[in-house]
Design a protein around this ligand. Sequence first.
Ligand code: PLP
Ligand code: COI
Length: 354
Amino acid sequence: MAKYPVTRTTTPKERPDENNLGFGKKFTDHMFLMNYTEGQGWHDGRIVPYAPFELDPACMVFHYAQEIFEGMKAYRTADGTVQLFRPVENARRINASGERMCIPPIPEEDFVDAVKELVAVDEDWVPHAPGTSLYIRPFIIASDVALGVHASKTYIFCVICSPSGSYYAGGMSPVKIYVENDDVRAVRGGTGFTKCGGNYAGSIRAAEKAEKAGYSQVLWLDGVERKYIEEVGAMNVMFKIGGKVVTPALNGTVLPGITRKSCIELIRSWGIEVEERLLSAKELFDAAESGLLEEAWGTGTAAVVSPIGEMKWNDREVVVNGGQIGQITQKLYDELTGIQWGRVEDTRGWIVKV
Ligand code: PLP
Ligand code: COI
């Protein structure tokens, strides 16, 4: 029995070309909406035709950015069924983000049912072409009409879906990253561990600078000493150094990625040690220059497992693994996408059928 009522569109859109989707450019016919009112809680969950919002210009989200979001995907398997990857983790993380941003929690089951039921309604939008998926963007905005800086007493939870191809135009090919020394993304006590829009707003200047210099993403350093590696714009990072995998520890400034967590579980299950610890840019570049750095890759829902082929920090430029995709990077990509697209058996309970 469906939990949420559905109002179907009377003007379905034309389906996009599956071989030319790009990332996050096309949107499906429906969206999920739910409102929060203080004293009443979350109410009126519903699936409605995809449409613009009408919001008062004094709406809090426009001024103080009390907003959080998630990113997840629905995958079409060879037998035509559609499935989600660890959606409860997204429910937990949006509530962890919400706790920091004073946004009231959504019961995990209601979040997952909202996503499942919306994807079921727009099921025929889940693309079939290899490597494509339906990117799902749940988000919550503060909707009180007031200019005082306070927690809103009303919120809108919305879920939209976008049939998408590769996050990087080049697909699964090594990316070039740029270590940023000036701008910082997060400090302890701030909002780095949350998926709040403000984290991304503050990251755009460095990303533009990196792009102009020919790099696809920024590698952030810690906000205090500007010494330790944190993460990349839309990915967590992992490095294979001297036979072990090293990834920055989750210390409050790094987003606790669900792909990161899944990759750590997979790598450990293959008998390879994973160290979650402080890793300085100096240690990383020294390892690269002395030949100890074997592989580097990023992990994320949009980016999946993305090999890092080149890194630049000040005047030091290094090529990783001859610019080729490394062995662990490829194995992780194959295993993870295998589970997500149903080609590899899910022995860990990560898959939820729609
Ligand atoms: N770090 C940042 C800043 C991100 O935006 C993302 C993407 O969501 C990630 C890491 C990876 O997280 P996940 O694997 O949960 O998608
Ligand atoms: C994701 O991987 O889901 C993200 O949210 C990345 C994004 C900021 C485009």
